[in-house]
Design a protein around this ligand. Structure first.
Ligand SMILES: [Zn+2]
Length: 331
């Protein structure tokens, strides 16, 4: 194997065996502050691939930042082969506002729909472009961490394209990650850019509004960080054996939206990623006087992998993340 070399991302340059912090510079804000995307580069003592982890492309999803902070504490460059790049907060303006998108940019609000952006575009497009340029330059494998954000909770779920490299990355997430849904021609997100560049990229979901209590949020961060550590072992970047989920499912997502406004109450006893039959009751939406106005039911055989966690619901709001299971994946 060739010798390790220095790796630069933005203003951060890490020599072999070192960790560097910096930013991917974007622009200056009206108050004079610099807008840059924080980055941590952990460069191993031996050569190897580059795994790139990014969080908070949606600003109401703090699970990615927590995962990156745990990995920054735990991954020792002296034991690492290759490089781990951590981008805890991609969408800085959205994160500061704790909103999905940056409220300063109403033209390209959702960064996960306009990626890789444009160098001369709207503000969020410029942030996306700056991130994308560096990611494509150095990364072999990319994981974009998401959650249910301000309105929902999502259980351990992966979106991946059909290509062998991305499927291998999904499998490398290890125990507990048994649902890898099809991302059919993903456009507008980092995964799509990585796949177009001939690399591997996946979108990973875990956590959200109902899982920010001390115990739950720490568990979510631990679970995500353990999965990334498993990925590093899978690619022989860290010593030790990677572990794998025995039975994994694939399929497609159905987004179940609220047919009426009201108060959303999930069916008591409903469990994530347990088999359901078409027509099984998932939730009831109650009107202001307590009348059940609508029921949500399983559209096909499959499983629920995410649910609304903010009971106040407006017609058209996201209510249920439903997986139509279409088969199993190789162990
Ligand atoms: Zn998200």
């Amino acid at each position: 194997m060739s010798e390790a070399t220095s790796l630069t991302v933005g203003t951060a340059t890490a020599k072999p065996g070192a960790v560097a912090r910096g930013v991917i510079p974007v622009t200056t804000m009206p108050g004079g502050g610099d807008l840059g995307v924080p980055v941590i580069v952990i460069n191993g003592t031996k050569a190897g691939p580059c795994v790139w982890v990014d969080g908070a492309i949606h600003g109401d999803e703090p699970e990615g930042p927590l995962t990156c902070y745990l990995l920054a504490q735990e991954v020792d460059p002296a034991r690492l082969s290759g490089t781990l790049v951590l981008v805890p907060i991609m969408n800085v303006g959205a994160y500061e506002a704790a909103q999905r998108g940056n409220p300063f940019d109403t033209f390209s609000y959702d960064m996960n729909r306009i990626y890789p952006g444009r160098a001369g575009g709207y503000l969020t497009e410029r942030v996306a472009h700056a991130h994308s340029e560096w990611m494509v330059k150095v990364a072999d494998y990319e994981l974009s961490i998401h959650s249910g954000g301000n309105h929902s909770y999502l259980s351990e779920t992966i979106f991946a394209t059909e290509d062998a490299a991305s499927q291998e990355l999904a499998r490398a997430m290890g125990p507990g990650w048994k649902l890898a849904l099809r991302a059919i021609s993903p456009k507008g997100n980092p995964m799509g850019v990585m796949v177009d560049a001939g690399r591997a990229g996946i979108t990973v979901e875990l956590g959200g509004r109902s899982a920010t209590s001390p115990r739950a949020f720490n568990w979510v961060g631990r679970t995500l960080a353990d999965a990334v550590l498993n990925v590093l072992r899978h690619y022989k970047m860290l010593p030790g054996r990677a572990r794998y989920e025995k039975v994994r499912y694939t399929g497609v997502q159905h987004a179940l939206l609220a047919p009426v406004s009201g108060t959303f109450v999930a069916q008591a006893g409903l469990e994530f990623q347990e088999p359901l039959k078409q027509g099984d009751k998932l939730a009831t939406i109650y009107g202001v006087y307590g009348d059940p106005l609508a029921e949500l039911r399983a559209p096909v055989d499959g499983m629920v992998f995410g649910l609304r966690a903010l009971p106040n619901v407006v017609t058209g709001d996201w209510c249920c993340f439903y997986a139509e299971v279409q088969g199993t994946l190789p162990e």
